[in-house]
Design a protein around this ligand. Structure first.
Ligand code: SAM
Length: 258
């Protein structure tokens, strides 16, 4: 089922409210696993081939959790983000340049970024919030310098997260297909390739349940408190041990400009 503009995950206000609420705890969600953050940052850096003089634009950067390390290897990272509360968590650092903007506004040129062009454009776990993904990819591809790279990091169409059934079904209904994103990059004139990589995660069960209660995925903002309580009870019944282990797999869609 394709996302429509009226769906909560692509409704700018609903999404902004969700991330405004999540902002204060977003980094904590991953604080238990610096290894995951390091692994993910490495995957991104290697694909974007970021070197000392690179100009990077991280679109939908959130708190900048995954881009802070990139900035240490680049000339500057522009951190574009529509949620003021998320953007406020981006550390004050002269190499991180915060910009309040949606991907759609940047793609359409309604908001202009501070440099003429970028060597790397990153969209990590953002595109599922965008209704017209082809238009956004085409517009953002215009920001790339010759030889520049665009990387979309996203979940695959199927996940093995230990969520409750209704959440997993909703995810399967809504998640865009990375293969379509690769096609959209090709349509924007980029050479595109798609790869998947996985990281094993282990959480104390109570910790994972708390993340679900905190609606750590925007998907969970579709469920009211009673539905979430029932979902947490369902997860608890399925995972009675002290730990929950699962594999987190990500799609990396890399587009390169001629
Ligand atoms: C799952 S978070 C990912 C944040 C960050 N990229 C990361 O990986 O930590 C999704 C982010 O996309 C932002 N977002 C939502 N809709 C957006 C849009 N239309 N354009 C740009 N960013 C958007 C949200 O505010 C949120 O910060």
């Amino acid at each position: 089922m394709p996302l429509r503009p009226e769906d909560p995950l692509v409704d700018g206000n609903v999404t902004r409210d969700h991330y405004d609420r999540l902002a204060a705890t977003y980094d904590e969600n991953w604080a238990h696993s610096p290894e995951f953050v390091e692994w993910m940052t490495g995957c991104i850096r290697q694909r974007l081939q970021i070197t000392g003089d690179a100009l990077v634009a991280d679109i939908g950067c959130g708190t900048g959790l995954f881009t802070r390390e990139l900035a240490r290897h680049a000339a500057a990272v522009v951190c574009a983000e529509p949620s003021a509360a998320m953007l406020a968590q981006v550390p004050a650092d002269e190499q991180l340049i915060p910009v309040a903007a949606r991907a759609e506004d940047l793609a359409a040129g309604r908001v202009v970024l501070p440099h003429d062009g970028y060597d790397a454009v990153l969209l990590k776990e953002v595109l599922h919030h965008v209704a017209d993904r082809a238009a956004v990819i085409t517009g953002l591809a215009r920001l790339l310098r010759p030889g520049g790279r665009m990387l979309v990091v996203m979940l695959p169409t199927q996940i093995s997260y230990p969520l409750f059934g209704a959440a997993l079904r909703l995810f399967a209904d809504q998640q865009p297909d990375p293969a379509d994103v690769a096609d959209q990059m090709r349509g924007a004139g980029l050479q595109a390739e798609l790869a998947y990589e996985s990281f094993p995660l282990v959480f104390p069960t109570e910790r994972y349940l708390q993340l679900v209660r905190n609606r750590y995925m925007s998907l969970l903002s579709h469920f009211d408190d009673a539905q979430l309580d029932a979902g947490v009870a369902e997860i608890r019944r399925a995972h009675q041990g002290e730990q929950i282990a699962f594999t987190d797999t990500f799609a990396f869609v890399l587009g390169t400009a001629a």
